[in-house]
Design a binder for this molecule. Structure first.
Ligand code: AMP
Length: 411
């Protein structure tokens, strides 16, 4: 019977999962799926590797589907699809490891207690991540449960990259720039180390541009600064989140508009960013297809903020050897990539228009001082790799067949 690692990314109303076989230190994806509408009308969607898509409504004749029932549905489906190997480990995406966790950790009662203490730092994510853990302990009582943190990759930042200009006591009690999307950055860093070892030792910016978006400055494989801060609101604008905002705006909304904390939270997390600016959609494809000026404004603002952050992070790094674009927008949106990287020759980035239009791996021109790459991120695989490594089932730095090289430059 095969050993299986399950990854779980539990949100407020959805649970994303993947199942990966682990044999002789190698992970092989078996299935990827998602349960949406938890707490209301739950649907199950999953695809077996190389197989057909399954999509059905979950039976809620007796109860609204909660996280525990959602995971039971995952278990039933895996068995029904003859993927019923032994689940030896469950890797959880946990948004916040606070100032404590700089590495993945095996979950036990003491760790869970610590993670509950971080709920106030990520009230919209952490409680649901932990609900996923509780549910997985019930559904897979014999499997090891492993927490993989979105914040961990950024935990070794220098003090000045993590602090705000507030009295020190706030930093000491945890009001810091934590940075997020760490699992994506770590995955890209591993790929670079394997495929572009010379670049990986240099000064790199990774732009994770998806529905959530941030950029990370990485020096010799270590995160030194991130555009995201205390929460996942800061930095560049996102699908529905505002990105950088003068805190005076929040004071104005409270003082003059008499908005409550909940109303402001809703505005900044769910009704700002591309969706709020355009009044049309949080989806970049829809905005690109729209002829409305507000859609163009939202795209232009997004592009200009990403360019600003590239400049700022390059200054932190003291130069730039490589920029990697990833996430749904970074991997697919040619026009947005073009807009972000054009007219940057003075700065050392020369884009190869044809390569960009063809979504090639290397999109900088030959001889461009800074190499620009498109790399596909895979947070599920990173979680599975961490889980397998922590269980001693695999060596760190998983091998992936080296592909086209970019003519790496730094010494
Ligand atoms: P993610 O959260 O990484 O799945 O990314 C989702 C974002 O990527 C959405 O804004 C999508 O509109 C955007 N996206 C995906 N494919 C494309 C594409 N071909 N062109 C433009 N945007 C895309």
């Amino acid at each position: 019977m095969a050993d299986i690692i399950l990854t779980i990314n539990a949100g407020s109303s959805s649970v994303k999962f993947s199942a990966q076989r682990i044999a002789e230190g190698k992970l092989t994806p078996l299935a990827l799926g998602q349960i949406d509408g938890i707490g209301s009308e739950a649907t199950f969607t999953a695809t077996k590797s190389g197989g057909e898509k399954a999509h059905f409504a979950l039976d809620q004749s007796r109860h609204a589907i909660d996280h525990a029932l959602a995971l039971t549905a995952v278990l039933d489906w895996l068995e029904g699809e003859n993927l019923d190997g032994r689940v030896v480990g469950v890797g959880h995406r946990i948004v916040h490891g606070g100032p404590v966790f700089a590495e993945p950790v095996r979950l036990d009662a003491a760790v869970l207690r610590q993670l509950r203490a971080f709920v106030p730092l990520a009230p919209l994510h952490q409680p649901f991540n932990l609900a996923g853990v509780e549910a997985a302990i019930q559904a897979f009582p014999d499997a090891a449960q492993v927490a993989c943190f979105d914040t961990a990759f950024h935990r070794k930042h220098p003090f000045i990259a993590d602090t705000f200009a507030l009295p020190r006591k706030y930093y000491d009690e945890g009001v810091r720039r934590y940075g997020f999307h760490g699992l994506s950055y770590e995955f890209i860093t591993r790929i670079l180390r394997h495929e572009e070892p010379v670049l990986a030792r240099g000064k790199v910016i990774v732009a994770h541009l998806g529905n959530g978006a941030s950029l990370c400055a990485i020096k010799s494989g270590k995160s030194v600064a991130s555009t995201m801060g205390f929460t996942a609101l800061d930095g560049v604008p996102m699908g529905t989140r505002c990105g950088q905002l003068d805190p005076g705006v929040v004071l104005y909304l409270m003082g003059e508009k008499k908005m409550s904390a909940d109303e402001i939270t809703d505005l900044l997390y769910k009704n700002s960013g591309l969706k709020g600016m355009s009044g049309i959609s949080n989806d970049m494809r829809e905005l690109e297809a729209s002829t409305e000026p507000s859609a163009r404004d939202a795209i232009d603002y997004f592009v200009s903020r990403v360019r600003r952050e590239i400049g700022g992070l390059s200054a932190v790094l003291g130069g730039l050897d490589c920029i990697v674009l990833t996430g749904g927008i970074g991997e697919n949106a040619q026009k947005i990539r073009h807009a972000i990287l054009k007219d940057m020759e003075w700065f050392g980035v020369e884009i190869d228009e044809e390569a960009n239009a063809r979504n090639q791996r290397v999109i900088s021109a030959k001889g461009s001082p800074t190499v620009a790459l498109i790399l596909k991120t895979d947070e599920e695989r990173m979680i599975a790799a961490h889980t397998a490594e922590l269980l001693g089932l695999k060596q760190p730095l998983e091998a992936r067949a080296p592909t086209e090289k970019s003519g790496s430059r730094p010494a």
